[in-house]
Design a protein around this ligand. Structure first.
Ligand code: CP
Ligand code: NVA
Length: 327
């Protein structure tokens, strides 16, 4: 069986409903003390080229819950950091582990690792997408609205970055109307916009941009934001802060949304920039649930991409042993 990668949320568009159901069931089971140890003896390598609190911790705890083990690798400490190629790293790690989670600076490197890896590669964030985050975000909405996502409206306010790209696609796929208040220069790439529109046409949702955050917030069930200065964008900090002035989620903007609206943020937040303290700490914020849900979503994703031992579908060990017969 060919291995499957999770590089974009579009790689799991068909699986999203079942992933959310499974993640929710595993969350409830964990609360009862059942860790769902369905993947004993399986290994996950995690290569990080950028810092992480949630993604790293949730992958590691998820893998341990499942009965397996996760290995954290900073790219600086690998031979990758001193010139070993991505292809050679992929070939070697594939001989040890059952999947590789990768947080990459460049989506081209993500694609290259996937090309050479014999085991599934899971995108733990790159400059274009953050699909695992969006599974957790959809799980948070699934719980808020008791499984019925269709027909709700999400307003994304701020930078059209990796999180926004995957979110726009994920919302369109799940029947959630997406409205973006994003300065023109910082909107998602055309390719993502077109894909999202295709999902919207197929799944009965809509995708649109408006010019003001207030217009986006009107009738919204969710206000969602992310940092204005992503990892790697630090050189543009001043320019970005100027461009996003007026795109902050504060109490006044929240008051323009539906009375039962919730506020989401993938975190880490830069308090006082894209979101105010009172909104972060107020009763409408659900970012801590989102952060927790990274764990449950990760477990469902890992189960989907890593088969149980003995199922015969792992590419591990496909190298011929010395002395074994050819063929
Ligand atoms: N939301 C998210 O991916 O957080 P980390 O950068 O801490 O992993
Ligand atoms: N857009 C942010 C997300 C962090 C989880 C970044 O890339 O830094």
């Amino acid at each position: 069986m060919a291995k499957r990668d999770l590089l974009s949320i579009t790689d799991i568009d068909e699986d999203l409903p079942s992933l959310l159901e499974r993640a929710h069931a595993m969350k409830l089971a964990r609360r009862r003390g059942d860790l769902s140890a369905t993947r004993p003896g399986r290994y996950l390598a995690m290569i990080f080229e950028k810092p992480s609190t949630r993604t790293r911790t949730s992958f590691e705890v998820a893998m341990t819950d499942l009965g397996g083990h996760a290995l954290y690798m900073s790219s600086k400490d690998l031979q990758l950091g001193r010139g070993e190629t991505i292809a050679d790293t992929a070939r070697v790690l594939s001989r040890y582990v059952d999947a590789i989670a990768y947080r990459a600076n460049r989506s081209e490197d993500m694609a290259e690792l996937a090309q050479w890896s014999a085991v599934p590669v899971l995108n733990a964030l790159d400059n274009v997408e953050h699909p695992c985050q969006i599974v957790a975000d959809l799980l948070t909405m699934y719980e808020l609205w008791e499984g019925k996502l269709e027909g709700h409206r999400l307003a994304y306010i701020g930078d059209g970055n990796n999180v926004c790209n995957s979110l726009m696609l994920g919302c369109a796929r799940m029947g959630i109307d997406f409205v973006g208040a994003i300065p023109e220069k910082y909107r998602p790439p055309e390719r993502i916009w077109h894909l999202a529109n295709r999902f919207a046409a197929r799944w009965g949702s809509s995708v649109e941009y408006v010019t003001s955050p207030k217009e986006a917030a009107k009738d919204a069930d969710i206000l969602y934001t992310d940092v204005w200065v992503s990892m790697g964008d630090e050189q543009q900090a001043a320019e970005r802060q100027a461009a996003f002035d007026g795109y902050r989620i504060d109490a006044q903007l929240l008051a323009a949304a539906r009375p039962a609206a919730r506020v989401m943020h993938d975190l880490p937040a830069h308090r006082g920039m894209e979101i105010t303290d009172d909104v972060m700490d107020g009763p409408q914020g659900v970012m801590w649930d989102q952060a927790e849900n990274r764990l449950h979503a990760q477990k469902a994703i890992l189960e989907k991409f890593i088969p149980p031992r003995g199922s015969g579908s792992s590419p591990m060990g496909t190298g011929r042993l010395r002395g074994s017969p050819p063929g």
